[in-house]
Design a protein. Sequence first.
Lengths: 143, 272
Amino acid sequence: MAAQTDFWGEIVPACPERTPLAIMREQASLLGTKTKNLVEATVDTSVDPNGQFVHRFTLVVPSLGSYKYELFRIEHGVAIYPISFASEVPSAQLSREPVNRLMNPRLSSQLETEQEFVDWLRQKLSSDETKRIIANLLAQATS
Amino acid sequence: MPATKFLFWNIGRKPLAQLVSELVEIHGVDVIMLAECETDPGAMLQALNRTPETGFHFPASLSQRTVIFTRFSREFLQPVFESERISIRRLALPARAPVLLATAHLPSKLYWSGESQAFECVELARSIEAEEQVAGHRRTILVGDFNMNPFEAGLVSAAGLNSVMSRRVASRETRTVQGREYRFFYNPMWSHFGDVRDDTAGSYYYDAGEHVNYYWNMFDQLLLRPELAEHFDPTGLNIVRAVGARSLVRPDGRPDPANGSDYLPILFEVEF
């Protein structure tokens, strides 16, 4: 019998500095210590029917029956970048009135590199809106 | 089984507290869910509780797109999962089986493609399934402004909300696609399409001025898991066209924003 030929060659994991999931998990692990574990964060991953990896960053309040608040969600394909995220428009812009769709960019935005993702994540986690949400959760957790 | 009466209304950022209050009083509503409500909760409570007999509460929530007021004590309606557009709450009334009440206000077609809207329903379905696992039951009421019609992919696809127009079909509880099992919702809103009752052929009218145009849409919807659908009377679900003597629709049946909102309220009862 002829020797088997290995067509695969050497397989080595792609080595981005850190995957988006690792970066999100790292940030999630830091929240508990800042809030005395009254508000924690978790990252859950699933694959949607389109084959996209979906990572959800969720705040959890153990003392409120494990109440959960999904802070944001990102998606990417097997190539990791670009990453898509859903950005929200202010509610005042929400309308079913007829408008020129070309004048209204879709909510979904893309991050092309790890640095762009890290910058976006830093802005998201340190935003006034995120601080307001965590403050409200802390207030309820301690009342 | 005792019935609880619910109202869902996208009030379109209009100051309609007084009108909501009258509607609630006339129909004996127990739980009010309002989308695009910019009225201060305190002002809404003042309008709702203008008579000593009524005692509505405002259970605080971080989900801002849909606000809820209820006759029940806040302790009976506790949030378990929220995001900006989704709120899933545990409604546990004394001597009643607990249910999950999920409200949603999904992104508009103005900003999201149909495909993105459909995938958002996949995420919503996943969140509901996760909370049903935690709750240990599947008595779930899902209501909201989906910005999609009942026939669109997000509402009907197996991985989406998997909602069907028939209680008999929904009573099968699940369907299997490619070896994966998906749980049904029953969507009674299908029965409210068309002009068999009157000229109001949906809950929202939009003349798109393009080739595909439905004119009448049903973006505001109620979905029930089979266990609740089994005892649900579809004739008790109504698209409200008037509050007392005040018509919410124009003579041609379309919503009259001058007298209410661009969107019509839906009223329904659920036994549990």
